[in-house]
Design a protein around this ligand. Structure first.
Ligand code: ZN
Length: 79
């Protein structure tokens, strides 16, 4: 799979580290922390994911990808 880094251009996925779903937001209270850390959906379809370009620009990016086909719609810098 090739990932279009917004800074470096398209690179092999081996240069990146996968973090996972970009949708969950860190909860304010500790009571919801277990769900935030451990309970994730296993999406079959389009999802936004965090990837870290470890062997490139060392930026976190958000990749919109179809998990069934690995087709990437677009990528942008994470905020
Ligand atoms: Zn990069």
């Amino acid at each position: 799979m090739r990932i279009p880094c917004p800074h470096c251009g398209t690179r092999e996925s081996q240069e990146f580290v996968y973090r996972g779903d970009a949708a969950p937001v860190r909860p304010a209270d500790d009571g919801a922390m277990f769900d935030y850390v451990y309970l994730r959906d296993n999406v079959a379809g389009v999802m936004r994911e965090h990837w870290y370009h470890a062997q490139g620009c060392r930026q976190w990016i958000v990749v919109t990808r179809d998990t069934r086909s690995h087709a990437i719609d677009h990528a942008e810098f994470a905020r």
